[in-house]
Design a protein around this ligand. Sequence first.
Ligand code: FCB
Length: 471
Amino acid sequence: MGITDDFRVSGLKFPDGFVFGAATAAYQIEGAATEDGRGPSIWDTFSHVPGNVENGDTGDVAIDFYHRVDEDLDLVKSLGLSAYRLSIAWPRILPAGTGEINEAGLAFYEKVVDGLIARGIEPIVTLYHWDLPQPLEDRGGWTTRETSYAFAEYARVVGRRLGDRVAVWTTLNEPWCSAYLGYASGNHAPGRRSEIGALQAVHHLNLAHGLALIELRKVVKRPDAKFSVTNNLAMTYAADPANPEDVDAKRQLDALQNRAFTDPQLRGFYPHDLLMDTKHITDWSFVQDGDLELINQPIDIVGINYYCTGTVRRGPEHPTEGTVHPGAACVESVEQPGPYTEMGWNVAPQGLYDLLVATHEAYPEFEIMVTENGAAYRDELVEEDGVKRVHDPERVDYLQRHLVSAHRAIEAGVPLTGYFAWSLMDNFEWAFGYSKRFGIVYVDYATQERTKKDSALWYEKLAETGVIPEA
Ligand code: FCB
């Protein structure tokens, strides 16, 4: 774990056809929050409440992607990427969450998708990257089943319009964040703090995933389209692997973080230990007969977002109300060895390898893609001989080590077919606002000018040759 020189390798070649892409999400980049009939989402509401987001930042303007589609897609093209992962804003399509369709919203994403295809870039679409229409939250949000069915309706509308063009359909991005940060700790929109609410959200997000897949499959027309879901699966280690108590703490967290999503989605059941560990909170009677069959729809690709690792041990009991993980009263996190990114997250390329191998072992029949990986650092725009540059050696180093790790996973037999850098451009980093820069392209927020960082130039070389360049 942590940085070892072992991962500073160049010259490794990825298999032909391996997808190098970059990812973004609607609320983080689009802006135009009230334009062309877009309704409010929970992130509009949440970010406008003072104290919720650093510096009072909101996504009202973001990086103005809504008005800069051509320029930004040219950027993707100039990086030589073969795929671009975007998300669609539900409140642009169905401003009230259900019912009336906003044609301007569909037209906007049609323009983006067509723009990608015209440039030879595959559109990889995520339907839900956290921007729930506010009217649905007002009726209970993800704590209610109604929201799952509303999501299926939304998926059908988008699938009908773009189903002949989109290469990969991803239902949800990181339902862990939506459920636990949204409804347990309240760090993310809608900012609720309810342990049972968060567990209901887990289930209704899973149900939404399954119902949406059923609808998508009815309307998607592109014969080679693939279906997927992206989870931020956690790579957690036991502090002392020889201590059964620590191993059990790891098991408990693994159930809440990972298996609460992957087991129903990919296997059609909730892990027994998850139900036992949370039985003082709920009997899970919100899981109705037939739900697990609905959730467990066939998919092609398991998407994984990976940033850092965790280590846990068995600790003394502490209150869990208002914390991230419901019912994890005796699980204690252990500080990770550095170095750390600007987020305070540890740099641990070995963790990506371990996670990919573990996921493949548990769910061997699926193709896997790393749908997000990247790092925030304090970047500075400089001018050298009249040329604007951003020297970000730490990010280049981070990307190199993680791509070497991904390469090793392929050599170990993991069917990994793609890697998406998070993110194409600096953007609205949720509760951290614009204070954290994850882009490989720098954005000057005052002028909206884009400048490729050194990491973008490095990644461009990789995309062009398929060979890991020197850092
Ligand atoms: C992930 C999110 C993404 C971005 C990165 C840093 O959890 O999916 O939108 O914020 O973290």
